[in-house]
Design a protein around this ligand. Sequence first.
Ligand code: LMR
Length: 394
Amino acid sequence: MLENLSAQPADKILALIAEFKAETRPDKIDLGVGVYKDATGNTPVMRAVKEAERRLVADQTSKAYTGIAGDPAFSEVMIDLVLGDSVARARVAAVATPGGTGAIRQALELVRLAAQKATVWLSNPTWPNHPSIIKYLGMNMAEYRYFDSETRGVDFEGLMSDLENLSEGDVVLLHGCCHNPTGANLSYEQMAQVIGVMQKKRAVPFVDIAYQGFGDGLAEDARITRLIARSFDNCLIAASCSKNFGIYRERTGILMAIAKDADQQGITQQNLAFLNRQNFSSPPDHGARVVTTILQDPDLRADWEAELEETRNGMLALRQQLADELKRLTNSDRFDFLAHHRGMFSRLGTTPEMVEKLRAEHGIYMVGDSRMNIAGLNAQTVPILAKAIVDAGI
Ligand code: LMR
């Protein structure tokens, strides 16, 4: 049987972890996989997470199954964190999932159950695992323009013109905040226009929100998702706790499906539970319980929010430092986009050859499409990166 298998391509982002590890130059710089790092290069366990884990270990009296949809308390706190009061709670079906990727996978499976022929529209570019899962599930896929490689901002005209080609029932995947891989984001006003076209075409939004709190703040980063959620009868939202709680390996995420009314919510909830049962029975619990503990406890929550703010402001400061340094070295403002981008990533906007040159000559690792993880920098490495960019003639 196994002789029938053919080789699979390595995941281009995750492969960088091993490549960077194997790099022997001591001054190497890792701007690859989207994992937050502090100034020493460590990915810390957040203070509130440590404390919540301590309480869980002390107080937990059973490891019996939680339930197919996960702990209802986790759904409650996450719906509140992401959606606030933008939609009636009775309209929201939700299941815990293994990370944000698990939520995306379950969302796409739900689309396939409900509308087998629907085309899923993705921004060009998007996180490479989006098209990969869609292809694997045998679903129809299309792209809308998103990134302007000249300005390194959003190609809004291209985007709006491509969305005119939507058909009724098509699903449009939108990044809730901190677009991955570009770092370029739609403004609230632009998203309102996108919503207008989607409503006209009777398309369904699917929001991937994996970096809430990494852009402009927890509530601010949820604004666009909330606007989308309240503008449609149906909406899918995949949210990840990997980044904002720093619990990458715990695989903690949630899929929310907003239904037209309470009846539709009931059926949708059953279908979400069914999909969980088919794929992994019940979702991982530890990370979800940590998140619930933090969000339900005012002191832990305040400490988590404070640490998340430190993280966010640290990344903003690095963005500004890099933009300033490049302005000084090039005597131009063509790298100012780095300060305007939001989230962990910025797409530098150069060729794979240049990315390879930065790796070969300077030990600087980034994704082949020139996506840089800003959190991989620190105040000392910013000038080194800036000089390498200029020396390479980017
Ligand atoms: C990334 O984009 O680097 C992260 O979301 C990690 C991943 O799984 O690709």
